[in-house]
Design a protein around this ligand. Structure first.
Ligand SMILES: [Zn+2]
Length: 357
């Protein structure tokens, strides 16, 4: 694809996105889903498609969304949940992915995709830990939290077209230009996500809703906070509260324990066996490492991993990890560098047209 047409396509994508946003207090579902799908095209080379792993994470996710569907019927959740028709949130269109990445993170783009990084999967000692993280992430979808942040940060997309140049250089031997375009739009959106953040209120709400989905879906209430406790045990809860926009992990653990203590006696009947037995879970973790090591090692995987690394830590650690910070800085630098190149190219073109050529 010629550079000009690549840029043109990128500008079109961004303009369509803007049109969908114009005049609305908050982003619409359609705009958020569209953005999430664009982002997915750039992240896709890192998605693990192995049927055992993909089938497993989808099964865990579908147990959460089936529960959410039921709870929606009972009018559960904040008012933002009822702003638009929510049926898409419980449909098979909701896709849960393992992505091959060494960064400790889980992320939802607010639409139909949720990403669990393999490094995070490896940290999970049990399915309960994985399900708790996923239920929390799903809480951000259910509460339409991305919709609000998208609105706050949308102007960053102004420099979007410039990223086409970065994208152009991104193709691999196999994917080439086809992926370059996907990477370019995804990189812009990742740049947008870097400045975006959930508020503490969103996090607290996602913790509450995540707990409710998790428990009603049949996992063990006593283990909801195990993942966070594991991070505390690793010394990751050391930032003074005032320096972090995330609630301290110890407070979140305490809140989850309190919620578990306050469950009604009927909650005993909600329990179901986990999707995988502990032995199967351990095997899936081993298999994920194996599969991750044998993914086709081309440029597009590397680029998708860069994007994944640059996504903000969604909810897990109280501070941005160093590798994430570096990856974010790289995206920002790329954006600025290419913007500058484009500005110079525009100036040169203007000079040329003035001199009559
Ligand atoms: Zn969160």
């Amino acid at each position: 694809m010629a550079l000009r047409s690549l840029l043109h396509r990128l500008v079109m994508i961004v303009c369509l996105g803007s049109a969908a946003m114009a005049g609305v207090g908050c982003a619409t579902d359609a705009a958020v889903i569209d953005q999430a799908n664009q982002m997915h095209s750039g992240l896709e080379p890192a998605v693990i498609t192995d049927p055992h792993l993909a089938g497993y994470i989808q099964a865990v996710g579908e147990r959460i969304i089936a529960t959410a569907r039921e709870m929606n019927r009972q009018n559960y959740g904040p008012s933002a949940h009822r702003e638009e028709d929510s049926q898409w949130m419980y449909s098979k269109e909701m896709q849960f992915h393992f992505v091959n990445s060494k960064t400790l993170n889980a992320f939802t783009t607010g639409g139909e995709h949720m990403y669990i990084y393999t490094a995070l999967f490896e940290q999970c000692k049990t399915e309960d830990e994985l399900a708790a993280v996923m239920a929390h992430e799903y809480g951000h979808v259910y509460g339409r939290h991305i919709h609000k942040s998208m609105n706050r940060q949308y102007l960053v997309l102004g420099s979007a077209a410039a990223m086409g140049l970065v994208g152009y250089a991104a193709g691999g031997d196999k994917h080439g230009d086809e992926y370059a375009s996907a990477f370019a739009s995804a990189a812009v959106l990742v740049g947008n996500f870097i400045g975006m953040g959930y508020t503490r209120k969103d996090e607290a709400q996602a913790d509450q809703m995540g707990f409710d989905f998790y428990v009603r879906a049949g996992w063990d209430p006593a283990h909801f906070a195990d993942f966070f406790q594991g991070l505390i045990d690793k010394g990751m809860d050391t930032t003074p509260e005032i320096l972090s926009d995330h609630p301290p992990l110890r407070d979140r653990v305490a809140a989850a324990r309190e919620r578990a203590n306050q469950l009604p006696p009927a909650a005993r009947n909600w329990r179901k066996p986990n999707v995988a037995t502990p032995q199967q879970f351990a095997e899936l973790k081993r298999w994920a490492i194996e599969v991750g090591q044998h993914m086709p090692d081309d440029k597009s995987l590397e680029k998708a991993q860069e994007l994944l690394q640059a996504l903000p830590r969604s909810c897990l650690t109280p501070v941005v990890q160093q590798d994430q910070q570096q990856a974010q800085q790289k995206i920002i630098d790329d954006l600025q560098r290419v913007e500058e190149q484009q500005r110079q190219a525009d100036q040169a073109a203007r000079r040329q047209s003035r001199s009559g050529h």
